[in-house]
Design a protein around this ligand. Structure first.
Ligand SMILES: Cc1cc2nc3c(=O)[nH]c(=O)nc-3n(C[C@H](O)[C@H](O)[C@H](O)COP(=O)(O)OP(=O)(O)OC[C@H]3O[C@@H](n4cnc5c(N)ncnc54)[C@H](O)[C@@H]3O)c2cc1C
Length: 458
């Protein structure tokens, strides 16, 4: 419950229009894409780093939870205020502050929508590669906190590969800067890398410096259809082993294909059992040559049909279908547990076979799609409420198989609350203890996003 004195102080710091407590707004900030929900006591919308610092210093003094929030598209419950407290939302800190074309960097506030930064830099012939499928609505602050990956990670890497420096407010209120605006810097510990991927538990990001690349001259996209998901997975491994690095290599299984076709009212696959989308980029002559080689590899690996998509609406349509899978799955069942396991690229076919066996064993529908080029598969267990207990057991079995194959339980969505019970399956007690000691050093009163990553902070 929100103490009236706390509300008064929040309004003093943020102005009356910077704080909301109406039931409608509390509900709007109570959930993310996991469908888990918990009401905050209030929503705070800072406009400056000084306000963020004052809110955190105050929360640390009064010992109430603060939960940073971008667009709430997270897939692990990171922005859900499970212990109440104040949600710190960055919708009023949403400016691109600078695009330095000479040094190829951009500086932005955390509330900037990722797709807006991409569009803005591309209009100047520059390129910000991290490309989560949610890019039209997720924010850079959320991307930094989760170390978001996305469709182009197979060639260009993930958010941590682009963040050069940050402005961060520590849970005790101090404002620090990390990293530099330069291509290199090794001054002290790399606090930038510590904060990237820390899921809003170690500090609140208020400014982000990212490096940019030249915009690739041309892009070519292929779609390929297969008689089985096993064929598609083996074809993906063959493309990767060919020494061509596509900028995207996405796999979509049969159930995901049918769901998206129903959702978009479109026949993409003519009944195929799996689909790959492969995209190459670079100088025009290179993309022509590489896409011809990829088409050949896919055909030899058993593709029943390989098509190239023109640069315009056809390519857009293909990616729209891919980006629609997550919402489309809700047309199959009302609920889903979404995991984002990652295995070595050569083991994709193996993990898909194991998941299929687990699905059969528990009589569950498990839908797989995602970033096959990274070995990162979005495994969705489709549910009615009655399926929940056996789904929990299936998740454990899937994670055990992933770890046996040398993988990790999360490639890009983070631990949050949904994977916290399973983190000890992957990390040793000593590694967990080292992480908790870092948390305690920076957040001695456990006020910043408590209850996330670790089941208990001690
Ligand atoms: C349809 C769909 C497709 C998706 N595709 C991908 C994908 O391809 N790749 C991928 O990686 N993810 C994907 N996601 C997941 C999600 O979009 C990403 O995790 C994204 O980075 C979350 O950004 P957000 O702004 O919505 O953050 P939120 O969900 O609001 O928050 C996520 C975490 O970041 C913290 N946080 C937010 N802002 C700050 C800040 N300023 N300082 C400190 N901590 C902060 C929150 O506390 C929380 O822990 C997808 C989600 C959906 C719904």
């Amino acid at each position: 419950m929100l103490d009236p004195a706390v509300l008064k102080e929040l309004k003093r710091i943020l102005g009356a229009d910077g704080v909301s407590t109406t039931p409608e707004e509390l509900v709007a900030y109570s959930y993310d894409a996991t469908q888990r929900e918990a009401l905050p006591w209030a929503v705070a919308r800072p406009q400056t780093v000084a306000q963020v610092s004052q809110v955190l210093a105050f929360a640390n003094r009064e010992r109430f939870p603060v939960v940073p929030r971008g667009a709430g598209t997270g897939m692990s419950g990171g922005s859900v205020p499970t212990q109440g407290g104040v949600v710190l939302s960055f919708e009023r800190m949403n400016r691109i502050l600078e695009i330095d074309e000479e040094n190829m960097i951009a500086v932005a506030e955390p509330g900037v929508v990722t797709g807006d930064l991409q569009r803005e830099v591309e209009s100047r012939g520059l390129f910000y590669p991290p490309d989560p499928a949610s890019h039209r609505f997720c924010t850079l602050g959320g991307n930094v906190a989760e170390c978001a990956g996305g469709l182009r990670a197979v060639k260009y890497g993930v958010t941590k590969d682009y963040v050069l420096g940050l402005e961060v407010v520590l849970p005790t209120g101090e404002i620090i800067t990390t990293g530099a605006r330069t291509a290199k810097s090794v001054a002290g510990y790399d606090l930038t890398k510590l904060i990237v991927g820390s899921e809003g538990t170690l500090g609140v990001v208020t400014k982000i410096i990212v490096k940019l690349l030249p915009l690739p001259e041309s892009v070519l996209t292929l779609s390929a259809f297969f008689r089985s998901v096993d064929d598609a997975a083996r074809a993906a491994s063959k493309v990767l082993a060919s020494r061509i690095i596509p900028r995207a290599l996405e796999l979509i299984d049969q159930a995901a294909l049918r769901a998206v076709e129903n959702y978009l009212k479109e026949d993409l696959s003519q009944g195929a059992a799996a689909m790959l989308i492969v995209e190459v980029d670079g100088p025009a002559e290179t993309t022509e040559r590489e896409s011809a080689r990829v088409a050949d590899i896919l055909t030899k690996a058993g593709a029943t049909r390989v098509q190239s998509a023109d640069a315009g609406p056809e390519r857009e349509q293909l990616w729209k279908a891919r980006r629609s899978i997550s919402p489309a799955l809700y047309t199959i069942k009302p609920k889903k547990i979404n995991e984002d396991i990652v295995v070595p690229r050569s083991r994709i076919a193996d993990i898909l076979r194991e998941i299929n066996d687990i699905a059969k064993h528990y009589d569950l529908l498990i839908v797989n799609f995602g970033h096959a080029g990274d070995g990162n598969i979005h495994t969705n267990i489709m549910l009615d409420d009655v399926d929940l207990p056996k789904a929990g057991e299936a998740v454990k079995k899937i994670f055990a198989a992933v770890l046996r194959l040398g993988g990790s339980i999360t490639g890009e969505h983070g631990i949050g609350i949904s994977k916290a019970p399973y983190l000890p399956m992957e990390l040793s007690p000593d590694a967990l203890s080292a992480m908790k000691r870092i948390k305690q050093a920076l957040d001695p009163n456990n006020i910043l996003n408590p209850g996330k990553i670790f089941l208990n902070a001690e």
